[in-house]
Design a protein around this ligand. Structure first.
Ligand SMILES: [Zn+2]
Length: 310
């Protein structure tokens, strides 16, 4: 089903990739794979997408290596979306990536949930980059955090008068050539991980699902909704923990690729052997920031190419 082509017949170019990559990492990119998604991109995958590529346009997805944490950037050049910004000490890393790509404006930032490994670096980004809208989950009062990290973000959002939207399941937003759908959280939970904003970003026939730290309870509630979860790329829930990526959820997403964002030798044992096995059983090609550094997927809406830092 998947065909691996040699890099010399790359069907499209990485815009500013070489320069951006070198600026971010100080090293040339080391590996590159190109995949044709002929059969993966079924028409059912994205109801509103066209069957053709968007001529001349492409979307890049950066799984930024922020150690033990998560930060994912989507950009078409014209429009950009950032999901999470890593720990408090990783804001600079995220900004380095944005600067290297000459992105000084983000259409949307999603803070999946108020844990420091996701929103810690967000204040740094909000200080330096123009942001139109921020999407946050509605957090039940009983588990509302009182951390300085969360306070820093809320204070900046108020100071800068940035529009804040509460994530609503089933809501979609057209952002230039990208479509963002928020799929969760669907219910109310007693822990912050399950309150994670789960989103799907589509670009023509290609789509990416990012589920923050949502665990199986939240995944099951999303599955009860009639959402089309099918996505080519899955940014694995909760850093590849055994508490996420339930079998039914994975079967509904049916990804060709998974990206796991986790720190080298992290204290949590992320990713879990059971999650890796589940992905392997489904034939999913897995990339990990602890092993591969920053991971970049680029798509013309039909084909997907992957580059990793190491
Ligand atoms: Zn996390």
């Amino acid at each position: 089903m998947l065909t691996l082509s040699s890099a010399s017949i790359l069907p499209f170019t990485f815009p500013t990739w070489g320069d951006a990559y070198t600026a971010v990492t100080g090293e040339p990119a080391s590996s590159q794979s190109v995949f044709a998604l002929a059969e993966i991109s079924s028409a059912a995958q994205s109801k509103s997408s066209t069957s053709e590529t968007l001529s001349g346009k492409q979307m890049s997805v950066y799984i930024i290596d922020v150690g033990q944490g998560s930060s994912t950037l989507f950009t078409t050049g014209d429009n950009s979306i950032l999901i999470d910004a890593g720990e408090n000490d990783q804001g600079g890393k995220v900004l380095d990536c944005l600067n290297a790509l000459k992105i000084n404006h983000l259409d949307y930032i999603i803070g999946t949930h108020p844990h420091s490994d996701h929103i810690g670096g967000m204040d740094d980004v909000l200080k330096k980059v123009e942001v139109d809208t921020v999407i946050l989950p509605k957090v039940p009062d009983a588990i509302l955090p009182t951390t300085k990290t969360y306070e820093d973000v809320l204070t900046l959002l108020a100071e800068k008068k940035i529009k804040v939207i509460t994530a609503a399941p089933g809501k979609s937003y057209v952002i230039g050539a990208m479509k963002l759908e928020t799929l969760g959280p669907v219910g109310e939970y007693d822990d912050l991980n399950n309150e994670s904003v789960v989103s799907k970003i589509s670009f023509a026939n290609t789509s990416v699902l990012v589920s923050g730290d949502a665990e199986t309870a939240a995944e099951k509630d999303i599955l009860k909704k009639d959402f089309n979860l099918k996505s080519d790329i899955y940014v694995a829930g909760h850093h590849g923990s055994s508490t996420s990526t339930g079998k039914a959820f994975l079967a509904a997403i049916k990804p060709a690729f998974a990206a796991i964002s986790c720190g080298e030798n992290n204290d949590y044992g992320h990713p879990s052997a059971s999650t890796l096995q589940k992905l392997k059983d489904k034939g999913v090609t897995v990339y990990r920031t602890d092993l591969n550094g920053t991971i970049v997927f680029t798509t013309d809406g039909k084909n997907i190419a992957v580059k990793t830092e190491k």
